[in-house]
Design a protein around this ligand. Structure first.
Ligand code: NDP
Length: 288
């Protein structure tokens, strides 16, 4: 197969993607809105239209959905295979998929689970969620496997973005907890460098709790296998808050989650784990 593709976007991520394809022997045509230096060996197109015309496979890695729309607007996408690696919402990805199909193109959306330095590095753990055209995922499988691992999550063009955003959301929760923990020890005679491995180890040990949550969501029994009941955890929350006050640390990252735990206990969920919090978060009933 012909090893060539176009990449729109020479930002940090776009450039990393381009370098990985160049290193794998692909001929890469690139375009960026403003003048930026392109990785050595890439062919720079003068316009987005020329870049899109140069190859059947067009990878887009711009800032957000609005920048993708304004860049692809007015371009001839007939027969183009558009792979969008720009972070978007699920609804934005679905709408973009329809918009591109209406213009004669095929669409695959991607959510990149890596930072640029992990791209094209074997063993880095980098992977990309893909969803949308199963055909594109098959046809371009070799090219897609170059920058990172490929995890195809279905024909719904919104699913890659949904998985991506769900994992990022989980990451913010972890970062928020770590920020609060560092704030607690800051100002004491405790080295953050010595503290970090203890915190990381504990976070890793606790991360597996999500398997139990998943099992409970499927069974519907939120008391199944509970060894840390919600009523006990809510009591512990008081100790966490008094500790924050003693250390002069704002509880603002923790309190929203604690309020939800309290609400669930007030509703009678004291013998459960904290799975019921998920139901409190949903403003609409689950689709299935
Ligand atoms: P950068 O800020 O480095 O680059 C942004 C790119 O978008 C530039 O090429 C910029 O062009 C272009 N751009 C911005 N606005 C417009 C516009 N209105 N029209 C046309 N082009 C526009 O971002 P990254 O490369 O880091 O990120 C790109 C995508 O990759 C984002 O969606 C990001 O969420 C995603 N991503 C990034 C990760 C990271 O760690 N960096 C990790 C996972 C995903 P110009 O040079 O002209 O401003």
């Amino acid at each position: 197969a012909e090893k060539s593709l176009t990449v729109l976007g020479l930002g940090d991520m776009g450039s990393a993607l381009i370098r990985s394809w160049l290193a794998a022997g692909y001929a890469v045509t690139v375009w960026n809105r403003s003048a930026r230096s392109a990785p050595n060996g890439a062919s720079v197109a003068a316009t987005a239209a020329q870049a899109v015309a140069a190859n059947g496979l067009v990878v887009v890695c711009l800032l957000d959905d609005a920048s993708v729309r304004s860049t692809l607007d007015d371009l001839d996408l007939t027969g183009r295979d558009i792979v969008n690696l720009t972070t978007s919402t699920p609804a934005e990805a679905r709408a973009l998929s329809d918009w591109i199909a209406a213009r004669g193109g095929r669409f695959l959306d991607g959510g990149i689970m890596a930072v640029p330095s992990m791209i094209g590095v074997a063993g880095s753990g980098a992977y990309i969620f893909y969803s949308g055209s199963a055909e594109l995922h098959e046809i371009h499988g070799a090219a897609l496997a170059v920058p990172a691992g490929v995890t195809y999550v279905g024909a719904d063009a919104g699913f890659a973005a949904l998985y991506d955003m769900a994992l990022l959301s989980a990451m913010w929760g972890m970062f928020a907890g770590a920020a609060h923990a560092f704030a607690l020890i800051r100002g004491e005679d405790i080295s953050p460098v010595d503290f970090a491995p203890l915190m990381v180890g504990y976070q890793q040990a606790m991360a597996g709790y999500a398997y139990g949550t998943a099992a409970q969501l499927v069974s519907g029994d939120y008391t199944e296998g509970v060894e840390s009941n919600l009523a006990m955890m809510v009591t512990t929350n008081g100790t966490l808050l008094r500790t924050a006050a003693e250390q002069g640390v704002s509880p603002e990252l923790l309190t929203p989650f604690m309020r939800l735990m309290e609400r669930r206990v007030a509703e009678g969920g004291g013998r459960e784990s904290n799975t019921g919090v998920i139901d409190l978060l949903r403003r609409q009933p689950a689709l299935r």
